[in-house]
Design a protein. Structure first.
Length: 218
């Protein structure tokens, strides 16, 4: 194949000087086009990671972004924020591309109006949440660990609320099945005054969550 191409090329450009010039020009064009594609692709990926892009549709802006606004990840004493992509987009190149490919499903949902009203969003909330939980379980909460390092946490500087949250987070890996919505919710919503959740006693049973008997529990 290459030999045939080379023979045709030399017949078209019998002069060595002209042939060399054509090859050099072709290489320059190839390099320039490749650079444009690489730089343009990187810029496009970076743009899709911005908060402005993530909140460009009313489905996200009026629901999850509205719930995020005012939380500790949005507003805090240091002004250091974690936006959508910090928690939902991996930083590793291969995982990042995979996440972007999977995200194309959102374009289909947008076109079909799957969650274009508050009622539809609430109807699909559990399904979407469980999808995120499965992803976080599969990657061991890698996006969270990009910022949070348990080994560097100083409990002496943590508030009681932060310590309680850390205890609850420490219990999550013991949940054997991320599809178990009730088990995950029980741990995440457990009151701060509960003791840590023990590991499961057998492989197929989620860890028990003690009932709160305090007078402050509604």
């Amino acid at each position: 194949m290459l030999g045939k191409f080379w023979r045709v090329f030399r017949e078209q450009y019998p002069s060595r000087g002209k042939a060399a010039a054509v090859i050099a020009a072709s290489l320059v064009v190839f390099v320039l086009v490749s650079a444009v594609l690489v730089i343009g692709g990187a810029a496009g990926l970076a743009w899709t990671n911005t908060e402005k892009f993530c909140t460009g549709c009313h489905e996200m802006r009026d629901n999850v972004f509205a719930e995020y606004t005012g939380t500790i990840h949005d507003t805090n004493r240091t002004g250091v924020r974690a936006i959508c992509s910090d928690c939902h987009v991996p930083r590793e190149p291969v995982a990042l591309i995979e996440a972007k490919i999977h995200a194309t499903h959102d374009l289909f949902s947008k076109a079909m109006g799957t969650i274009d009203t508050k009622e539809k969003f609430e109807a699909h909330r559990s399904e979407m949440a469980q999808r995120v939980w499965r992803r976080m379980k599969a990657n061991d909460s890698a996006p969270c660990r990009n910022c949070h390092n348990a080994a560097k946490m100083d409990e002496d500087k943590q508030s009681d609320r932060a310590k309680a949250a850390e205890d609850k987070l420490a219990a999550i890996p013991f949940i054997p099945d991320a599809d178990d919505n009730a088990a995950v919710t029980a741990v995440l919503d457990a009151p701060d005054d509960l003791p840590p959740v023990p590991p499961p006693t057998d492989a197929g049973t989620a860890p028990p969550v003690a009932e709160n008997t305090s007078a402050t529990q509604p």
